[in-house]
Design a protein around this ligand. Sequence first.
Ligand SMILES: [Zn+2]
Length: 134
Amino acid sequence: MGCDMCNALHQEYRIVAIDDYCFSIVNAFPLKDGHVMILPKRHLIRMSEFSEREAKSMLDMIDGVSLKLRNKYNQGIIKFVNGDEYKTQEHFHIHLLPSKAGLRSLISSYENVPEREKATIERLEATRNYINGL
Ligand SMILES: [Zn+2]
């Protein structure tokens, strides 16, 4: 019962790093070995709920655990946060995943769009206007 992420704080066998505000755990449903998450100790849902200390702790832990993963798995480390529609846990968390390819390559392959095609000014402006309802 309760939040799986809050409960993970007590699963010592999963903890990769921990400090006063955040902790890092091995993902229970790993995409591959080295798939870990970083999350606040408090049950926070949005980044805007973080205190300054929690935010600093999370950023420092992202850097520290990323470096550790990079050295162990000898691959680049992708960092990502799922959109609300794709979340399986309410408790805010960032995924870290060693990968042979970057996010741009993976997403372009999955979405079948060009990996790196410079947009025209008109397209950029149209996108900006669409986002802002102009
Ligand atoms: Zn929680």
